[in-house]
Write a protein that binds this ligand. Structure first.
Ligand SMILES: [Zn+2]
Length: 243
């Protein structure tokens, strides 16, 4: 079974309990001797490692016991840079703060795609982080309307975006008392990150993408999460500081 590791806890002696997700739900299993430096499974302690695992089914024990595990990918194998650490912190903070244990697996495929994405193009890293955050906001059921006006469904003449109202607003529905948060370039960016299903940075499409716009969208997303879900994603501050 394919899993993504999201953490572990010490058990008895040198054993650990690995907490992971599959595409269908949460999984936990005991790994014997994993705290021993010579263990073949030390890498199962690394967050966001992807592995193919099998375990011994035994109803006498409280936990399933790992039988065999094959490392499929690790975010740290090819690149242990500070940026990669921030990526790991960012994903872990989002799944731990925004999702209960029974729902973390809703991001299984997003985590896979996010970690595999090619980050060689300038600004592609914060761009993918923004996509991942948008997917998390959608997965908790707080997605925003980016196809038409939230009031009248009009697709034309969209002139504003309001987090309080829930998305796009057209010219005829816009009222002076509404709080407006984004400029047109930022609205385009928000629409893109909510609509896309891949992590691909199309340079032509985003010619002129500015750090300032990415920053503003990040800050607004974090405020929106704070207001709606009551948590604050601190890794976003680290990301903004590095932009
Ligand atoms: Zn309208």
């Amino acid at each position: 079974m394919k899993i993504i590791v999201i953490g572990y806890s010490d058990y008895k002696e040198k054993d650990i309990i690995v907490n992971a997700i599959s595409e269908d739900g949460p999984i936990s299993f005991k790994v014997r001797g994993a705290l021993n430096p010579n263990s073949a499974f030390v890498w199962l302690k690394t967050p966001l490692v992807t592995a193919d695992v099998n375990w011994v089914e035994n109803i006498r024990y409280r936990h399933q016991i790992l039988k065999e595990a094959k490392l499929l990918s690790s975010p740290l194998v090819s690149d242990a840079s500070f940026d990669t650490m921030v990526d790991i912190d960012f994903v872990m903070e989002i799944i731990n703060k925004m999702f209960p244990d029974t729902e973390k697996h809703l991001l299984f495929h997003e985590i896979e795609k996010f970690l595999k994405a090619d980050r060689s193009a300038e600004l592609s890293r914060p761009f993918y982080q923004l996509i991942f955050l948008a997917k998390a906001i959608q997965a908790v059921g707080s997605g925003l309307e980016v196809d038409h006006c939230v009031f009248c469904d009009n697709k034309d003449d969209i002139v504003a975006f309001s987090f309080n109202e829930g998305g796009f607003i057209c010219r005829s529905c816009l009222q002076p008392e509404m709080s407006i948060h984004l400029n047109p370039a930022q609205m385009k960016l928000v629409r893109y990150v909510f609509k896309t299903d891949s992590y691909f940075f199309d340079k032509d499409k985003f010619d002129g993408l500015k750090k300032e716009n990415i920053k503003t969208v990040f800050i607004n997303f974090n405020e929106y999460i704070k207001d709606g879900i009551g948590v604050y994603i601190e890794a976003i501050d680290k990301i903004i500081n590095r932009l």
